[in-house]
Write a protein that binds this ligand. Structure first.
Ligand code: FE2
Length: 402
């Protein structure tokens, strides 16, 4: 079968997400070096006002991305102000401080360039720049007291790491270190206006970040196929992503400068974002959120460790859906009798090859920790799990892993 070039595959996928009526950015731009189109995209959105650029820690600045973005905007007459300050996953304090600056600067447009954390911060800042209060008041859960009154500012999200697909989604994951929780601020209107995906920006992302990003995307694709909110359209898109994922992840980790692998990985990540936002997730993401909030375990790393175990656990409740997903992951045309066992073994082999630990034993968790993780894993992602889970059942699931 001839291989379809990734640029063409991406065009087909983007057409499909719009045709299916999925919740995605109004404009999705995908391809090598397409960051150069930023000025054209930004000019009508900024509407004569300045753009506020959100960047992550030092690496983007060292790579000169801040100056490149400012220059691309400047060429189209869009003045830019650069705001740094998103180091790691955004917290309530960080987002409130960024929102205060945004309110004072009155920009017309937010541009976020970075990993999932930076793009999530971008979504929250775009919303809070024109809405009152602390982000804490908008976080979903029993304590939520506000909903967005005004639509967020236009937002262009530019991923520089493949994995989360956050450029495609409508939630911002915000940490509350004091309460040791992570919660989402979520609204359809928070979907970035433009997702600008240029895989050249992901070249030479460090090994461990590439590996955990890859496992996050893989987990999102598989979990969206087995989630109890799954739908045929997202399953079809997830399978397209899964067919590319195995090779894309392995090669991106092994050969960080391999442009073809990075391009595939960016598409895999984009599809993961579409699927999670439109079909939900499952238990690996539920537990990963708790491990992140309580112990700071990087999200993709937690997903990569948990995925084989959660798939084996859930298999009896979603065998047909899981078999199809794993068949795509293995790039098998037919449905072999041992497809689930073989597919999960291949997920484990990939995780092992890229340096993901086999379990949580290194963390030396206590029984108390296990129970706390289990309690905090119940949330939006867990509610999509094919087998309904309560904290006692999650704790029982976790004990052999720790
Ligand atoms: Fe994820």
């Amino acid at each position: 079968m001839p291989t379809v070039p990734i640029a063409q595959k991406a065009r087909e996928m983007i057409e499909a997400v719009h045709r299916y009526g999925l919740k995605v950015p109004r404009t999705i731009v995908f391809g090598k070096s397409r960051l150069n189109e930023l000025g054209d995209l930004a000019f009508p959105l900024a509407a004569g006002k300045k753009a506020l650029i959100l960047l992550g820690g030092g690496s983007a600045r060292r790579a000169g991305l801040d100056q490149r973005i400012a220059a691309l905007l400047g060429r189209h007459g869009v003045a830019a102000e650069i705001l740094e300050g998103v180091h790691g996953e955004p917290t309530v304090d960080v987002v409130d401080a960024l929102a205060a600056k945004a309110r004072a600067l009155e920009p017309g447009l937010i541009v976020s360039a970075g990993g999932g954390s930076v793009m999530d911060a971008g979504k929250a800042v775009a919303a809070l720049a024109v809405n009152e209060g602390s982000v804490e008041e908008y976080l979903e859960g029993e304590e939520q007291t506000r909903a967005l009154a005004a639509p967020p500012l236009p937002h262009i999200a530019i991923p520089t790491v493949a994995g989360t697909g956050a450029e495609m989604t409508r939630n911002a994951v915000i940490g509350h270190p004091g309460k040791k929780v992570k919660r989402s601020m979520r609204a359809d209107s928070m979907i970035p206006t433009v997702a600008l995906i240029d895989s050249m920006l992901t070249l030479n992302v460090p090994h461990d970040v590439t590996a955990s990003g890859g496992m996050d995307a893989l987990t999102q694709l598989i979990e969206s196929c087995i989630s109890n909110r799954r739908r045929p359209e997202t399953t079809a898109l997830a399978q397209e992503g899964l067919r590319l994922a195995r090779e894309a992840i392995a090669v991106s980790v092994e050969a960080p400068g391999n442009e073809a692998a990075r391009d595939k990985m960016s598409l895999v990540s984009m599809l993961g974002g579409v699927c999670l936002a439109n079909a939900g997730l499952a238990m690996a993401h539920g537990i990963a959120a708790a491990l992140g909030a309580l112990f700071g375990v990087p999200h993709g790393l937690a997903c990569g460790i948990l995925l084989p175990y959660t798939l084996r656990f859930n298999a009896p409740a979603c065998s047909a859906e899981l078999a199809h997903a794993l068949s795509a992951f293995l790039n098998q045309g037919g449905m072999a009798p041992r497809i689930i066992e073989d597919g999960i073994a291949a997920v484990e082999a990939l995780a092992d090859a890229i340096g993901i630990p086999p379990d949580l034993k290194e963390m030396a968790l206590t029984e108390e920790d296990v129970q706390e993780i289990a309690r905090r894993s119940i949330g939006t992602s867990m509610s999509g799990n094919p087998i309904p889970m309560n904290p006692d059942q999650v704790a029982e699931f976790l004990r052999p892993l720790v």
